[in-house]
Design a protein around this ligand. Structure first.
Ligand SMILES: Nc1ncnc2c1ncn2[C@@H]1O[C@H](COP(=O)(O)OP(=O)(O)OP(=O)(O)O)[C@@H](O)[C@H]1O
Ligand SMILES: [Mg+2]
Length: 331
């Protein structure tokens, strides 16, 4: 059955703050959601996490936008953007997912597809001038702007409208950032006017790569677009490369991983996501990588979320991101 309430477990909180499990109910006892703690304190609602991190740890929920993009299909853009957004919302980020892909895998996996949904094409065609009309709430901390097959016409619409690419997505996104802390965009595997406008709107591009030749070629295209943008515009996003589907049993997987680190060292996210069947079930309706406690895939992505959102700074001893053993062995 679908459960749209996404909450951190007590173990997650203990890991985050670097305290014992027993200390967690004490720390959260007088906060929102504490009523749950009397009988069975097993999860902590995002509102309580947010309140605690802000007031007790001085954590800043910095407003930011991130797009998962690369010109390569099937590397995990939709799976990673969905699970990243859900995890961020569990940490108390008011998060908005945007599905920019007309394949709408993300929209379907969030069980939000409806022919009546207003989507980006409708907004560009001025069917509504209020960008918030596109937003569908999942819960108090997570919302989504769904996609639809007709979004395949977005690029044509942009060309015909001779739109200003630097403000086309950036302007509505800035309006959305007044309401949300974090915007996570899932992009199509292409380089188009639309992806160009997305590059000009977001703070960060995360390019997921499989350690193989096809991702290596796709990555070159990401940097071509990035360089092109740098020539014509002042603002350009930060680029991070996230290795996904790494399999240490496959020699080529390690070899390409080493090549990525050698060629793009300053852009690499220092942790990787291993090949794991848990990703498939995480794209089902209402499911995510933390639905079942403690999975390898959940642990891998959690480290990345904490790294990108600077969440290691709330740990009691300000633990730094550590490379896992696999990576140490490789690098
Ligand atoms: N680390 C992983 N281990 C195993 N399978 C994975 C992993 N990450 C993603 N997958 C699976 O790979 C497939 C492709 O993932 P996904 O749809 O997220 O890729 P994508 O980049 O969004 O693809 P597209 O470009 O077609 O939109 C899915 O079946 C997903 O469950
Ligand atoms: Mg996708």
């Amino acid at each position: 059955m679908q459960n749209n309430q996404y909450e951190l477990s007590v173990v997650d909180i203990a890991n985050l703050l670097d305290v014992t499990r027993q200390a967690v109910p004490q720390l959260f006892k007088n906060r929102a959601g504490a009523a749950k703690s009397n009988k069975k304190f097993s999860t902590v609602p995002p509102q309580s996490v947010r309140e605690f991190l802000q007031t007790s740890r001085g954590y800043n929920y910095k407003k930011q936008s991130i797009a998962f993009q690369i010109v390569k299909g099937g590397v995990g853009k939709s799976s990673l953007s969905k699970n990243f957004a859900i995890r961020a919302s569990m940490y108390g980020y008011k998060t908005l997912l945007i599905d920019f892909d007309h394949q709408l895998n993300l929209t379907v996996s969030m069980n939000i597809f409806d022919e009546q949904n207003l989507v980006w094409l409708d907004y560009l065609r001025k069917k509504t001038t209020n960008i918030f009309d596109l937003v569908k709430p999942i819960n108090e901390f997570l919302s989504i702007i769904p996609s639809a097959p007709k979004n395949c016409l977005l690029d044509k619409e942009i060309i015909l409208g001779a739109e200003n690419l630097s403000s086309l997505i950036a302007s509505p996104m800035n309006q959305l950032l007044e309401e949300y802390d974090l915007i996570i965009c899932d992009c199509p595997p292409a380089l188009t006017h639309l992806t160009h406008a997305i590059y000009l709107a977001v703070d960060r591009i995360i390019a997921p790569v499989k350690p193989d030749i096809y991702s290596k070629l796709g990555l070159e295209q990401v940097f071509n677009q990035w360089n092109e943008i740098s020539k014509s515009y002042k603002k350009k996003p930060e680029i991070n490369i996230l290795v996904n589907m790494y399999d240490p049993r496959i020699k080529a997987s390690t070899s390409y991983l080493q090549q990525f680190y050698a060629q793009y060292s300053t852009f690499m996210i220092p942790n990787l996501i291993k090949q794991s069947s848990e990703f498939i079930s995480s794209m089902e309706d209402g499911e995510h990588l933390w639905t079942k406690r403690s999975t390898q895939a959940g642990e891998d992505l959690d480290v990345v979320v904490k790294h990108i959102l600077n969440l290691y700074e709330v740990s009691s001893n300000k633990k730094k991101v550590e490379s896992n053993k696999d990576e140490e062995a490789i690098l």
